[in-house]
Design a protein around this ligand. Sequence first.
Ligand code: FMN
Length: 214
Amino acid sequence: MPLIDAKELSAADAYRLLVGIVVPRPIAWITTLDGSGRVNAAPFSCYTFVCNRPPMLAINLGRRDGTLKDTARNVRQRGDFVVNVVTEALIAPMHQSSSDFAPEISEPSLLGIELAPSRLIDPPRIAASPIALECRLDRIIELGEQANDLVIGRVVAFNINDDIYADGRVDMRKFRPLARLGGPHYAYLGEIITMPSSDNFGPRPVLANPSEVP
Ligand SMILES: Cc1cc2nc3c(=O)[nH]c(=O)nc-3n(C[C@H](O)[C@H](O)[C@H](O)COP(=O)(O)O)c2cc1C
C-alpha cells in the first residue's frame, strides 16, 4: 500500500482523493437571494448536520481561486438560505445548476426550476424538493489558505412533504435521496439494512443474512 504524504499533494490532488473517499454524500441544493433579489441555486455535497439543539447544518463552500462562489457571497450578505434536499428525480436540473454561471444569472429562471415561498425566511425553496430546510446563518469558519468557507446554519423551519413524513420521521423508502460520489458520479440508496438497537448489543453470532436480525 503506497503511503501518500499529504504535504506532497496539490490542492487539486487532495480534492480528487477526498471526494472519492468521503462517500456517499447527500446533496444540499442551496437557494439564496442576491443583492438585487435574484434567486441563485447551486448544489453542495460537502455537507452534514452538526447540532440538534438547535438544529444546525454545516456546508463547505470552496472558493474559485480565492473568490467566493455566488452562494457564499449571498449567504454572507443576507444571512439566510434554504437547503433543498436532492432526490433521484431531481438529478438533471440539480446537476445543470452546478455550472459556473455568471453571478447575474438566476439558475432557476434560466433552467425553469419552479420555486415556492419559504415560511420564515426570504429566499424561496425549490418546489419539487420534498424536503426544504430554511436556515439562518450562525457563523462562517474560513478554512485553509483562502480555500474554503464552512457555513454553519441554524434550521429555523423544516418543510417536509406529507407523503414521506410520519410520526416525526422521514420514510427512507419513499424519500429516495440521491448521493454524490467522486466527480460526475452519483448513486441511489441500495438495500436498507436494519440492525438491532445498541441497547441489545452484546455477544451474539454474526448473521449471514442481515434480514435475519430480530
Ligand atoms: C452534486 C454536486 C455537489 C457539489 N458540491 C460542492 C461542495 O460541496 N462545495 C463546493 O464548493 N462546490 C460544490 N459543487 C460545485 C458547485 O455546485 C459549483 O461550483 C456551482 O457553480 C456554485 O454555484 P454558485 O456560484 O451559484 O454558488 C458541487 C457540484 C455538484 C454537481
